[in-house]
Design a protein around this ligand. Structure first.
Ligand code: 4NP
Length: 153
């Protein structure tokens, strides 16, 4: 199974989701079966490392993070089994790709799986470290729910 996390810049929310998900998959010893990647709908940060606050927050919570930002492509629709948009705008942008309607059933909002959702994963870019921790916790519980409902252990 291949899972893609999508946000705008690919330096805050989606690389954090990818890192948290990979951490959980490694703990379950499922890394030979399940992999994750992340990307952005925008092109501003292509090639960049995650925002320093993303790295700091992940590491403070015991999650290793490594990613180089890239932009969403049409090929991602075919390649991944789940594409998770962090917010409504990201979702709209994914659905604008050519032929996206063919893949609509695998394109979801991340917080469809949040026990405290639904809603957007808010963009923390103009916020503080506190906002990054808030996003971390939202992703952490959403990904626990996704794993327990969709991944047969
Ligand atoms: P992300 O956050 O979509 O969670 O990676 C953002 C990062 C950068 C920008 C916007 C959102 N930006 O406008 O540069």
């Amino acid at each position: 199974m291949k899972v893609l996390f999508v946000c705008l810049g690919n330096i805050c929310r989606s690389p954090m989701a990818e890192a948290i998900f990979n951490h959980k998959i490694q703990k379950l010893n499922l890394q030979h079966l399940i992999s994750a990647d992340s990307c952005g709908t925008g092109n501003y940060h292509i090639g960049s490392q995650p925002d320093p606050r993303t790295i700091k927050t992940a590491e403070k919570n015991g999650v290793e993070i490594w990613h180089q930002a890239r932009q969403l492509t049409t090929a991602d629709l075919e390649k991944f089994d789940y594409l998770f948009a962090m917010d409504q705008q990201n979702l709209k942008n994914i659905l604008r790709l050519p032929d996206a309607d063919k893949y609509a059933q695998k394109i979801k909002l991340m917080r469809e799986y949040d026990p405290q959702g639904p809603g957007d994963v808010p963009d923390p870019y103009y916020g503080t470290l506190h906002d990054f921790q808030y996003v971390f916790e939202m992703l952490d519980r959403s990904l626990d729910e996704f794993i327990s409902t969709e991944i047969k252990l």
